[in-house]
Design a protein around this ligand. Structure first.
Ligand code: NAP
Length: 371
């Protein structure tokens, strides 16, 4: 349980979720916080951590004696920690929050190395720890693999052997299975799509939404207007994790951190926000995948440039067409009136699009490169 003398070791602290988690942890009663940061050429993990924390809305936090950055790499044995860091974290950690991951949809080998080997190294490390720490693993709701038109509960997920759209979700499913079958005290949290609402940083917004300026270059796309994406703001994810950890007892070892089926907008409701934002004279047409025939494709994707843009959407379209929601009633019941505020995507989409509005440059680049 997270309280004033609880020492926490966080991996992935320079990432979107890990950085917000460290920042928010420091506003709570907590003991020591170690943030694992990948090595840099100048060898100053503190500097990288400070640069990451500066990207948050509240900027750089005041120097906090509780926080220290340690250099490491989860794909390496002993997490790549120095002997001294390995020993102090091993002896003192009460909670380990593993947020580091390779999140690319296309770097398959790196996903296996970081996500699967990384999970094994975290499990080995946790076994070596003196205080029997809780291993909190940031998994993803997408461990369920290829599914469509459902609202899934936690029990429906974790399907490493099912078909997956890419190695990222597959490697996360394998990692989750390793963690949950380790016999260690574990808590697996499965966020759905996490958006950087409230974080004034273009790179974090672009990490998930980089396909949107591309959509805007087309007249029509094969996306079902009745389909619904399950997306949540990062602060909701961070607050949910911290509030779960503050409970004296958890009923389950796995929770969706998702919007679920309450108030999730359809693509048909989101697309006018894009039309307005980009000042489109003609609204983007959303055509259900089943109606996207060869003739429709030829009709809307005519020029070489449109073909290049359409091809660059290929990694996103399977996800945009899942229409899967992740039931969050377990989290709601566990947190009760401490269930955090979860603003709907319609309330912050425009804020995120403003951060990446200059990404019209992406399409100009595609044009110039013929990529
Ligand atoms: N964002 C989402 O939509 C989403 C949804 C569901 C689940 N998740 C899960 O939530 C976790 C955090 O995601 P995120 O969005 O914060 O990801 P992110 O912004 O891409 O950050 C990934 C973090 O992992 C670190 N990392 C990568 N490889 C590493 C390695 N070999 N050793 C140590 N650190 C390494 C990165 O360090 P560098 O800064 O050095 O690259 C970075 O700090 C991940 O486990 C992800 O699978 C994310």
């Amino acid at each position: 349980m997270l309280q004033k003398d609880t020492n926490v070791f966080v991996t992935g602290a320079t990432g979107l979720i890990g950085g917000e988690l460290v920042r928010t942890l420091l506003t709570q009663p907590v003991g020591k916080v170690w943030a694992l940061v990948r090595p840099t050429t100048d060898g100053h993990p503190e500097l990288r951590l400070a640069q990451r924390l500066k990207r948050s809305a509240s900027g750089e936090p005041h120097a906090d004696a509780a926080l220290s950055a340690v250099t490491g790499d989860v794909s390496a044995k002993r997490l790549g920690l120095s002997d001294a860091d390995y020993d102090s974290v091993r002896r003192e950690a009460d909670i380990i929050i593993h947020s580091a991951a390779e999140t690319s949809f296309i770097r398959a080998a790196a996903c296996r190395r970081t996500n699967i080997a990384g999970a094994k190294h975290l499990i080995e490390f946790t076994r070596e720890c003196t205080r029997n720490p809780l291993l909190v693993c940031l998994s993803t709701a997408f461990v369920s693999g290829v599914v469509a038109n459902e609202c899934l509960t936690e029990e429906d997920g974790r399907r490493p052997r099912s078909e997956h759209h890419n190695e990222y979700t597959h490697s996360k499913a394998v990692a989750e299975e390793l963690v949950r079958s380790s016999g260690l005290p574990v808590l697996v949290v499965r966020p759905s799509v996490v958006l950087s609402a409230g974080v004034p940083d273009a790179a974090f917004a672009r990490a998930i939404l980089q396909f949107v300026p591309l959509l805007n270059e087309l007249d029509a796309v094969p996306i079902n207007p009745a389909g619904r994406p399950d997306a949540v703001p990062v602060q909701f994810v961070v607050n949910s994790i911290i509030r779960l950890l503050q409970l004296p007892h958890l009923q389950y070892d796995c929770y969706h951190i998702s919007a679920g089926d309450q108030g999730t907008a359809t693509f048909g409701q989101l697309s006018p926000i894009l039309d307005r934002f980009y000042g489109r004279p003609v609204p983007l047409r959303l055509i259900p995948l089943a109606q996207w025939t060869r003739d429709v494709h030829r009709n809307y994707i005519r020029t070489p440039e449109q073909r290049r843009i359409f091809a660059s959407l290929r990694n996103y379209l399977p996800f945009l067409n899942m229409n899967v929601l992740y039931d969050n009633s377990r989290l709601r019941a566990e947190l009760g009136d401490r269930f955090p505020e979860c603003p709907p995507l319609t309330s912050y989409l425009e804020e995120l699009l403003s951060l990446i509005s200059h990404d019209r440059g992406v399409t100009r680049w595609l044009r110039a490169k013929g990529a």
